[in-house]
Design a protein. Sequence first.
Length: 115
Amino acid sequence: MKILTCIVCPVGCKIKIDENGNVLGARCDRGLSFVKRELLSPERILTTTIRVDGGIVKVVPVKSTKPIPKERLREIVRKISNISIKAPIRRGDMVYKDEEVSLIATRSVEEAKDV
Ligand code: SF4
């Protein structure tokens, strides 16, 4: 038996898949779709940080605009670890985009003022 926690909504149903492929414990159809995706090709929203130049803080938290295949997450994080963006940044700004991933800032970063 395999047990998955559905991450589609905050309820977080514990969904059991038995040896015969029966799915138990999902309170709605979205949970069944989650199980199918999770078993065939799991995906996650990528959340990480990107370095900031000239801001009041050194990094800004970002997230992907759509789910990414789980097996690609590590490589994408490695790729974006080399970039930095210039302050000011507004929450919701698209801060990085390539053929594989688009990232938006999840907080604003003001420009540092010279003292
Ligand atoms: S199965 Fe439905 S109710 Fe349960 S966590 Fe998933 S989406 Fe939410």
